[in-house]
Design a protein around this ligand. Structure first.
Ligand code: SF4
Ligand code: SF4
Length: 153
């Protein structure tokens, strides 16, 4: 697969980039997908949709567990394709508010969700050390944000 070209994320380009025409239409990805099982995204339909009139699956329903990639007999990188489609959706303002909140929390606290007393208790139960103040991690995160231009706007 070629490098990700941020300038061209059309269906045609992604179809070529991820070699979707190699899909065997076997459905193994959907049969293994936890999201499909619970009425969420169907990776088989997503790939077929990309090859036909266009994808109608909700890419934000994916759990990014990568199981579909593990079972695909022709090694189509479905989860990675979904991250590209999410990127495109986000550029078009389609990111759900829960994801925007997660991004805002990540930029502010270095975590995708607020860590309160319940998190501390869970860590204790798992025998993990107490959370530090995270200053160093936040400094490093700040550098990554600055160098990559990532923001939640
Ligand atoms: S990565 Fe997404 S599409 Fe693939 S199996 Fe997991 S939830 Fe399903
Ligand atoms: S597992 Fe791979 S080959 Fe089979 S339907 Fe899914 S994408 Fe196509």
């Amino acid at each position: 697969m070629d490098d990700f070209d941020l300038e061209d994320i059309s269906d045609e380009r992604l179809t070529e980039m991820f070699s979707l025409d190699e899909c065997q239409d076997c459905g193994a990805c959907a049969r293994s997908c936890p999201s499909t099982r619970h009425g969420g995204i169907d990776p088989h339909k997503l790939v077929q949709g990309m090859l036909e009139e266009g994808n109608e699956e909700n890419v934000w329903d994916c759990l990014l567990c990568y199981i579909c990639e593990d079972v695909c007999p022709v090694d189509i990188s479905i989860a990675l394709l979904i991250t590209h489609l999410r990127y495109r959706s986000a550029l078009e303002g389609g990111a759900p508010s829960r994801f925007k909140k997660g991004a805002a929390s990540f930029l502010k606290e270095g975590r995708g969700f607020p860590a309160g007393p319940r998190t501390a208790k869970s860590r204790q139960d798992l025998g993990l050390p107490e959370m530090g103040d995270g200053d160093r991690a936040m400094r490093e995160l700040g550098k990554i944000v600055s160098r990559t231009g990532f923001s939640h706007d």
